[in-house]
Design a protein around this ligand. Sequence first.
Ligand code: SME
Length: 156
Amino acid sequence: MAEDLHIGRGSKEEQYLSLIPQIKGLLSGEPDLVANLANIAAALKEQFDFFWVGFYLVKEEELVLGPFQGPVACTRIRRGRGVCGTSWSQGNTIIVPDVEKFPGHIACSSISKSEIVVPIFKNNEVWGVLDVDSDQYNSFDETDTQFLQEIVALIP
Ligand code: SME
């Protein structure tokens, strides 16, 4: 497909509905993990202008920074630490409406105000997480959970 994104307009749901077929197109026929994660991060950043969008990958009992869009970030997160490490250990999506109220939140940037972390599974094991940060409070809800889970399930 052409490598330019059509930016959907309308409600958050409409924007995800416009984005998901385009992400499918970007992933189609491409087996390389880094290339696919990089394009998913870029597509989400371009559509929603989130402050930070990226992946952390499980490597030897730690999460290690993977492809992302946004300012430089922490490179390693231990299991059970921060929002990302907690999402990994619990195997759940975590929405944080106000990062200052999440005990143990790891502040890679003081600009980040709310966050969602979605675990990514293969054979019932978490192999990475998708982390999205916003510079506004209360940016994420069930719509983001639903569609971001759908997006990470597309990763081949
Ligand atoms: N806030 C995350 C760390 C990653 S950065 O936000 C990019 C956490 O608490 O796990």
